[in-house]
Design a protein around this ligand. Structure first.
Ligand code: ZN
Length: 136
């Protein structure tokens, strides 16, 4: 008879001080980190809730990946990507490849995200048509 021990670290702070913390509605085990007091699951049934997937969504958005491309590659819903963009969009840092650009277009667009009552979300961006890159 074998006993398999699986060591789980907190995905937020990498601490190993983890305790069980009940079950989620879908029956998944919920864990609590004693160091940062954040809850997480060892295996996420809902991919969009996984902190690693959330981080990957933000990295892909930084690299100018389209929302539909991210949806297809990571197999998460479009609403999941947009909600991550709304919550953590201010953490994104876009690094232009070149130091100087000859021509830059500045454009704007708006959209409703979530409920219409929350109002319009405006996006203003600088775009280089030669390199097909979003600069800021
Ligand atoms: Zn933690």
């Amino acid at each position: 008879m074998f006993e398999v021990l699986i060591k789980i670290n907190c995905p937020h702070c990498q601490s190993s001080k983890i305790v069980k913390n009940g079950k989620k509605k879908n029956g998944a085990q919920n864990l609590l980190c004693r160091s940062c007091r954040k809850q997480f699951q060892p295996v996420y049934k809902n991919k969009g809730a996984d902190p690693a997937v959330k981080e990957l969504i933000l990295r892909l958005l930084e690299r100018n990946s389209g929302i539909r491309d991210i949806e297809e590659v990571l197999q998460v819903s479009r609403n999941c990507i947009l909600s991550n963009l709304c919550r953590h969009g201010n953490q994104l840092t876009i690094k232009p490849l070149l130091k100087h650009y000859k021509k830059v277009q500045i454009d704007e667009l708006w959209s409703f995200v979530g409920k219409r009552k929350k109002g319009k979300y405006w996006l203003i961006y600088a775009y280089c048509p030669e390199t097909d890159q979003i600069l800021a």
